[in-house]
Design a protein around this ligand. Structure first.
Ligand code: PEP
Length: 241
């Protein structure tokens, strides 16, 4: 299975010129035939990096097909702009925009109808971790998939406390979470779906630690926030490739 390196630019950078310069740094990387590189730019920059040798996705889209939803974009629009992926359930959307499991489920359904591959994020927060609730939280977040027909999907294990904190999850603990996610996916769907579902790790990944999540924790790839805006993102491609 080809590895996947996903860069989530979040609400950065401030100008198309800066977006171009970040992207040209990535393009300087010799790359790897064994790694699919995915960029999730702010949607307004999607045309800038379209058809330039990497896969693209959007960071969010609404579940309704069209209509009076000022400020929103639809899954179909994302697909028709040349994207293959859509990020769904990111902790910043859950926390800052109060996105519920119900909405997340609707977004996964809408993404699949539009022919997009969901990158579905799950992860516990600090309090839940300290209370020993991690397993329960992950199971509950993944339960939105019950009863759905999902052809292709990526699941991101992103412990909320590790995102942007500089304190990544220990690869051994991440490995156990990967196994748990795989088990839950098998229970919800079947072994075949679980085998085809890529599970990626995200949370303070950098050039120094990226390899551990692939080699030691056996993830299929990485979801990278802050470091995806830096030169090191290009170097990560060969590091994990
Ligand atoms: C993220 O926001 O998905 C993320 C993993 O961020 P960071 O790499 O900055 O922790």
């Amino acid at each position: 299975m080809k590895k996947i390196l996903i860069g989530n630019w979040k609400m950065n950078p401030g100008s198309p010129k800066s977006a171009e310069s970040i992207f040209s740094e990535i393009k300087k990387s010799p790359g790897s035939t064994d790694v699919e590189v995915v960029i999730l730019p702010p949607s307004i920059y999607i045309p800038l990096i379209k058809n330039r040798g990497v896969s693209i996705g959007a960071q969010d889209a609404y579940f309704e097909k069209e209509g009076a939803f000022t400020g929103e974009i639809s899954m179909e629009m994302v697909k028709n702009m040349g994207c293959r992926y859509i990020l769904i359930g990111h902790s910043e959307r859950r926390l800052l925009f109060k996105e519920s499991d119900k909405e997340i489920r609707k977004k996964i359904i809408a993404a699949c109808v539009a022919g997009l591959v969901p990158i579905f994020c799950v992860g516990e927060n600090n309090e839940q971790k300290n209370d020993g609730e991690t397993g329960r939280v992950i199971r509950e977040q993944l339960s939105v998939l019950e009863g759905l027909q999902v052809e292709e999907m990526i699941v991101g294990y992103e412990p909320v406390w590790a995102i942007g904190s500089g304190s990544p999850c220990d690869p051994e603990a991440a490995f156990r979470m990967r196994l748990l996610i795989k088990k839950i996916i098998t229970q919800i769907f079947d072994r075949k779906v679980a085998e085809n579902t890529k599970i990626v790790y995200g949370g303070s990944v950098d050039l120094g630690n990226c390899k551990k999540y692939i080699e030691e924790a056996k993830f299929n790839g990485l979801l990278v926030g802050g470091a995806s805006l830096k030169k090191e993102f290009g170097k990560m491609i060969s590091e994990i490739g």
